[in-house]
Design a binder for this molecule. Structure first.
Ligand code: 5GP
Ligand code: SF4
Ligand code: MG
Length: 455
């Protein structure tokens, strides 16, 4: 998911709309905005893309005020239905509060069972709702303390934005799984999942919100709190591989540069004689450029992408994903005919995309098709906010690289090594989460740890 918030600007809802537009790649299922005029909160949410949900200017007349938060959704927990669209807004004894969440809690069910036993009734099937319940039932009186209290109970990945009548609060979990940055537009404060959203509204990038940090923004300014015990951070390395936009700066680095370095390193590890290097657009482009430059092989566009189709993987139905590849990509015969081709993609999940792409490139006349993947084999599901399928469906959880090569019918297949990935990202002493590749989950939680063996 993607989150965006702005505090202290007369065009708050409109700017949030633009911010969400820039974050659309982080979720295409649904979106919403909640604004505040200092007295009340106003909501507009729906299934669909940002442009469709907020395409009508009249909507902004119903989202008044100088602060707003917004969300683009990509479902990792909860069904893909309207009641699960964010931000979620509730009214309780102390007023109204809205919340937008990027990430995934690992102990939500546990807390939910506990709260239900005490009489709480949940309106959604989202993990995010438990945070609101914890907040509403906290014994503390100030909003900050209630939030700190609630966050002390939850485990997992979260970047959160809260909006009340008078405040905006941003929080990032102590592992810092997902990115979150702080910006300034004139006197207004801006918070966004990725810096590309700040660029669009011409806000200045101030800094990233730190793992474990809570930032409280009121009319008197900004205060920062670190209430949690400090632990080793584990930002998601897959944000660099696939999820974030290449023009963003996350975890201290520019995504494009890192992706290109993945490609360079991939070439050092799996060089091959070939005539052209082509990316699987868009996710494979920077890595393919890096590979081509390192190899000294021309970079070509052998596959053209239809830009009106979303990220296939993100659509939750298997049947849609199945057709997705053809809807999305078409080969350029003139580029591929008679050529030995290196095809670069960022990851293989189920293997269905790669298999179709290899066939497509071969049918277009390529004499050899070599597949190179700019990350290690994805063998383990993510429990921290990326919608990877169950272990069973991940082709590399049960197949060797040679078996995968055969399945996708490539002449050769090479993955970036885990060491190469870390080296390219400049991990050094900075740890990252790379559990989907290594299985080393940074948060051990009983229910979570049982699952990798079960499915
Ligand atoms: P496959 O057919 O192997 O399941 O899909 C691989 C393709 O899915 C790659 O091109 C990759 O860019 C894309 N992809 C889209 N969304 C995701 C995601 O959330 N996780 C992963 N691992 N790959 C994704
Ligand atoms: Fe990111 Fe993979 Fe860790 Fe999930 S398991 S947070 S996708 S690195
Ligand atoms: Mg892709």
């Amino acid at each position: 998911c993607g989150i965006f918030g702005i505090y202290g600007h007369p065009e708050a809802a409109n700017l949030t709309y633009l911010g969400l537009y820039a974050l659309q790649h982080r979720g295409q299922e649904a979106c919403g905005i909640v604004s505040s005029d200092g007295r009340s909160l106003y909501t507009h949410r729906s299934m669909g893309l940002v442009a469709d949900v907020f395409g009508n200017q009249e909507i902004f007349g119903n989202l008044p005020g100088e602060s707003a938060i917004g969300h683009v959704r990509y479902s990792t927990t909860g069904d893909s239905v309207l009641k699960n669209v964010q931000p979620i807004k509730v009214d309780y004894s102390r007023g109204s509060i809205a919340i937008a969440h990027n990430g995934n809690l690992v102990n939500a069910q546990y807390i939910k069972d506990e709260l239900e036993a005490w009489g709480s009734i949940f309106q959604t099937t989202m993990d995010t709702e438990v945070i609101l319940h914890l907040l509403a039932t906290s014994k503390h009186s100030s909003l900050e303390d209630r939030i700190i209290d609630a966050l002390g109970r939850i485990k997992g990945a979260y970047c959160l934005l809260f909006l009340t009548e008078t405040r905006m609060v941003a929080a990032r979990d102590p592992h810092g799984f997902r990115p979150l940055c702080l910006g300034k537009l004139g006197d207004a404060w801006v918070v966004a999942s990725e810096s590309c959203a700040l660029d669009l509204i011409e806000a200045e990038f101030v800094r990233e919100i730190e793992p474990g940090e809570i930032v409280v923004i009121t009319k008197d300014g900004l205060t920062s709190h670190f209430p949690h015990k400090k632990i080793e951070p584990a930002p998601c390395i897959f944000e660099f591989v696939y999820f974030a936009r290449p023009d963003s700066y996350i975890f201290g680095k520019n995504v494009y540069q890192v992706r290109k370095d993945f490609g360079r390193q991939l070439c050092r590890e799996h060089r091959i004689d070939a005539d052209i290097v082509i990316p699987v657009p868009d996710s494979g482009v920077p890595a393919a450029l890096g590979y081509a430059q390192e190899a000294g092989i021309p970079f070509e566009l052998g596959l053209i992408r239809n830009h009106y189709v979303g990220r296939t993987f993100i659509e939750p139905q298997q049947s849609i994903r199945h057709f997705g590849v053809k809807i999305k990509l078409n080969p350029v015969r003139e580029v591929l005919k008679g050529k030995r081709v290196v095809v670069i993609d960022d990851s293989i999940v189920r293997g269905t995309t790669s298999r179709k792409i290899v066939k497509m490139v071969r049918n277009a006349g390529a004499s050899e098709v070599h597949v190179r993947i700019s990350s290690p084999p994805t063998s383990y599901p993510c429990y921290y906010g990326i919608d990877t399928p169950t272990r069973k469906e991940l082709i590399s959880s049960s197949h060797t690289i040679e078996e995968i090569r055969k399945y996708i019918t490539a002449d050769s297949l090479g993955y970036l090594s885990e060491e190469g990935l870390l080296q390219a990202v400049g991990a050094g002493s900075n740890p990252f989460c790379k559990a989907c590749f290594s299985g080393g989950y940074p948060i051990t939680f009983p229910r979570l740890m049982a699952e990798p063996q079960l499915d």
